[in-house]
Design a protein around this ligand. Structure first.
Ligand code: COD
Ligand code: ATP
Length: 288
């Protein structure tokens, strides 16, 4: 019996919500810790980010625990989908405020609150299943419901990039049921583990699998179409060479890192989706 299952069989939805919030924070810490990640904050340094640091990412992750727990509680108790969407929208905005307070006003995890928030809510709503595709699909259903209390336009850079470049961004990815997670990252994690790559190598390969196809607005905002295309091509190349466990794959990763450094770009959306994938992987494998 998995850790989550054993908790879900207890009468208390509170214990289950607590467990899910712990898993979400753990997934964010796993993502922050994973090294090497091209352009992103990792254990070596701040990547392309001047205002982020590893410590800040960890502090932010821990500050999000209450928001994830409240979302999971709502997922377990509010049955009406419209009411649930409204409720987690409010919690998500409070979570963003808690993040800003913890980081002194730096956006460390906006995209992650969105993606992991929807997923913990969905996992709590369907406590009987630990299947990633089922959880992601319920999260997608919630993301497709409009939140009546959401500001019509946030003015955020991601939103502008979606308009300017005609892409779906973080919202589109969630509304489609997280195809980059279910169709790219999780299968790559599985393939990479099965061929004997180490766990960190499997996770970096999963990140690259997301980067290879995602319309990442973090890349579009900073570097436009050219940066997005060049990053996607670079990620595909590493994977085509067998991923980062192979010498050729590692060389291609270094070339990708150098290119991203020169362009001052970072795949923040892909990082969020890697964290989302690690959360679903933990739920499925029953790890706390
Ligand atoms: C949808 C969100 C991310 C806002 O998006 P917005 O268009 O304003 O863009 P913004 O630049 O602020 O954030 C985008 C973030 O998503 C990530 N991202 C970028 N591209 C992608 C992508 N293709 N797929 C997934 N994530 C992506 C990036 O890390 C980026 O930081 C979210 O903050 C939101 O709507 N929050 C309101 C609270 C809410 O409704 N919560 C609901 C449950 S959690
Ligand atoms: N390890 C990581 N390193 C950097 N960014 C990450 C990491 N993991 C996730 N991200 C995501 O990347 C986003 C940060 O991207 P970006 O710096 O472009 O956003 P911004 O704060 O809106 O822009 P700017 O820093 O240019 O003002 C965060 O919202 C976060 O969700």
């Amino acid at each position: 019996m998995t850790a989550l299952n054993s908790l879900t069989q207890r009468p208390s939805g509170l214990a289950q919500a607590e467990a899910l919030a712990n898993l979400a924070v753990h997934a964010l810490l796993d993502e922050a810790m994973l090294t090497p990640k091209p352009g992103l904050v990792d254990m070596r340094g701040n990547g392309a980010h001047h205002d982020l640091s590893w410590l800040l990412m960890c502090r932010s992750a821990c500050a999000l625990r209450p928001a994830f727990q409240q979302m999971a509680e709502a997922g377990a108790t509010v049955r009406d989908p419209g009411l649930l969407r409204r409720r987690i929208g409010a919690i998500g905005r409070e979570g963003e405020a808690a993040m800003m307070e913890a980081t002194g006003g730096v956006n460390t995890h906006r995209g992650a609150i969105w993606a992991l928030g929807l997923l913990v809510t969905a996992a709590a709503r369907h406590a009987e299943t630990t299947d990633s595709t089922a959880i992601a699909s319920t999260a997608g259903m919630l993301a497709r419901i409009d939140d009546p209390d959401a500001p019509a336009q946030t003015g955020n850079k991601g939103e502008q990039a979606c308009r300017e470049h005609g892409v779906g961004g973080a919202r589109g990815q969630a509304r489609a049921g997280f195809p980059a997670v279910v169709g790219q990252a999780l299968p790559m994690l599985c393939l990479s583990r099965s061929r004997g790559d180490t766990e960190p190598q499997a996770r970096v390969n999963a990140l690259l699998a997301v980067m290879a196809g995602l319309d990442d607005t973090c890349l579009l905002v900073r570097g436009g179409r050219r940066a997005l295309q060049s990053t996607q091509e670079g990620a595909r190349r590493v994977l085509a060479l067998g991923g980062i466990a192979t010498p050729n794959g590692r060389r291609a990763l270094h070339a990708l890192e150098a290119r991203m450094r020169a362009l001052h770009v970072s795949p923040g959306g892909a990082a969020d989706l890697l964290a989302a994938s690690l959360l679903l992987d933990r739920i499925e494998r029953g790890h706390e």
